[in-house]
Write a protein that binds this ligand. Structure first.
Ligand code: CFM
Length: 543
């Protein structure tokens, strides 16, 4: 049943969020808090991908996390060595719930190991290159992997270890193991987003195109920006397989070194998480001629739409029909559960503050059970993820973004091939088909909702207090502070040990879980009796 609550106007909420800040901080934060007027397309620009103001407790992570954890983390057969103090390696070890299937006989899986050079004080003083070399040698002798990746942590950049020279030396020495390094020091960018870019560049430079052998399967696509959190990638792969679409490489959920090496063998790139991977999609298009489209497998309707888009691209009647059959087979169960759940969730409200894509994608799932997203934002996305790719030419290049290398990519003289003739492309465009297209989060939000970039702990609690959503979605750092306010909190990074939520079966899991969360009575019992009726009460002197 829908409940009507009194909600303060969005402008009042914004004012409240800013009230306690010193004037300079308030001025800066004001540019990152926007009231949408999507219907009128009057939304002014939002400030994003800028430094968090020191002292503010941000939800963001570091550049090392974006490179080592997010992009390279889900690939099972690359030995990932963290060059740095042990904490960086240890705390990035299996903390993101990217799953992998290493059940094939002989499959290598190094994800269960934590490799680190364990830098000590003397390495900081005298340099850590020798220690790194020894670690690479040791890993090679024990495992004989196809590839070893080295990740720089903050102190490595500060003391100036040349990790790339070490990588080159060891690669030449071994001859049968690709060794490459990432200058992904935690401080390198304003968030983990810089780490995505650094990872993408090096994977493209050192791995993509290494295997030219022909790959099997019809309708070959790469799935870019899908990381198999909670098994999402398994569900998407199940659906693609059922449709007869071959997933040539996922970057990087449940992936292997060879998938990256063969990524140039696909005929279409389907991009899930635009923020983390659009660089790779662009580079694969320029160098090898593979077009890319934006897809979304979060939400049953979005899944169906994405499958239809892929089928339309290939244009074969048999594939188009098969996709329709699969949708017709899968949807009845999804719709039955959605209808049942909707009777209890319709009109309820959600807030989503996650990463660089999920705060957008998950709104579809909530909408399918009648729930409204009243406020949302990303931790580290760029303006294009909010406002659409048309703003890319206007993006300001500042000292922080200039710090991240832009690869100069050209068409490969031998291996570039246009996947479609100009005529075919024209026909697709005439039929409304859009390549390289993403409109971002803002146009999908209702008028008068609040979009907040890089939300912090203080603002999160204020927002909850003022708007009392029925559910709040973010990560582990926010989990308990929100629940203590009596609002259920769903982790959309790790899924709270749940999932998958992608595809058709994932949608069913999500509906059921949200139903349980928002309709649980437990949230009404959070205050102890003495909190509601204290025998004694007091105030701080400054209050
Ligand atoms: Fe892309 Fe991600 Fe996300 Fe992301 Fe992430 Fe993640 Fe995320 Mo956590 S790659 S931007 S850096 S969809 S780890 S799988 S959940 S913040 S919204």
């Amino acid at each position: 049943m829908a409940t009507t609550k009194h909600m303060p106007a969005p402008a009042e909420v914004k004012e409240e969020l800013l009230k306690k800040y010193p004037p300079k901080v308030a001025r800066k934060r004001a540019k990152q808090i926007l009231i949408t007027e999507a219907q009128q397309a009057e939304t002014p620009e939002i400030t994003a991908n800028v430094r968090t103001i020191p002292g503010i407790i941000t939800m963001r992570g570091c550049t090392y996390a974006g490179c080592k954890g997010v992009i390279l983390g889900p690939t099972r057969d690359i030995v990932n060595i963290t060059h740095g103090p042990i904490g960086c390696g240890f705390y990035s070890w299996l903390t993101r719930r990217n799953q992998t299937d290493a059940s094939a006989p002989g499959a290598e899986n190094y994800m269960t190991y934590c490799f680190s050079t364990d830098m000590q004080d003397q390495d900081i003083i005298f340099g850590g290159e020798k220690k790194l070399e020894a670690a690479i040698q040791e890993a090679y002798e024990i495992f004989h992997p196809k590839a070893i990746a080295i990740f720089a942590t903050c102190p490595v950049g500060l003391i100036g270890d040349d990790i790339h020279a070490v990588a080159r030396k060891m690669k030449a020495k071994f001859g049968d193991c690709n060794v490459f390094a990432f200058s992904c020091e935690g401080y390198k960018g304003v968030s983990q987003s810089a780490g995505h870019h650094i990872a993408n560049n090096q994977i493209f430079r050192h791995v993509v195109g290494e295997n030219d052998a022909d790959k099997p399967g019809e309708y070959r696509i790469n799935l870019l920006g899908e990381y198999n959190i909670g098994g999402d990638g398994f569900e998407i792969d199940r659906i693609l397989k059922k449709c007869g679409i071959t997933n040539n490489a996922t970057v990087s959920g449940n992936s292997t070194y060879d998938q990256f090496a063969s990524a140039h063998k696909a005929d279409l790139n389907a991009v899930m998480c635009h923020r983390s991977i659009n660089y790779v999609a662009d580079m694969l298009e320029t160098k090898y001629g593979i077009p890319w489209i934006k897809v979304n497998f979060i939400g049953a309707a979005s899944t169906a739409k994405s499958l239809r888009k892929i089928a339309q691209y290939f244009g074969d009647r048999s594939l188009i029909d098969r996709v329709e059959e699969v949708i017709a087979e899968e949807m009845p169960e999804v719709e039955a559960v959605a209808a049942d759940v909707r009777s209890r969730t319709d009109g309820k409200t959600a807030m989503l503050f996650v990463g660089g894509s999920r705060a957008h994608h998950y709104q579809d799932l909530f909408a399918e059970i009648g729930m409204k997203s009243i406020s949302a934002g990303y931790e580290f996305a760029h303006r294009d993820d909010y406002e659409g790719r048309h703003v890319i030419p206007d993006l300001k290049v500042d000292a922080d973004s200039r710090n991240i290398e832009e690869l100069e990519v050209e068409a490969d003289a031998e291996r570039f091939s246009s996947r479609k003739t100009p005529d075919e492309l024209e026909k697709l465009k005439e039929a409304g088909f859009k390549f390289k297209h993403y409109d971002g989060l803002i146009p999908d939000m209702d008028k008068g909702t609040l979009v907040v970039d890089d939300l912090n702990q203080y603002e999160a609690e204020k927002l909850v207090e003022l708007l009392r959503p029925d559910i709040f979605c973010a990560g582990i750092k926010e989990k308990f502070s929100i629940q203590k306010l009596g609002i259920p909190m769903k982790q959309l990074h790790s899924y709270d040990s749940g999932g998958p939520y992608a595809g058709f079966k994932g949608a069913v899991n999500f509906y059921k879980e949200i139903d349980r969360l928002v309709n649980s009575k437990v949230w009404g019992y959070l205050k102890a009796p003495w909190q509601e009726h204290p025998e004694l009460s007091a105030a701080y002197v400054w209050e």
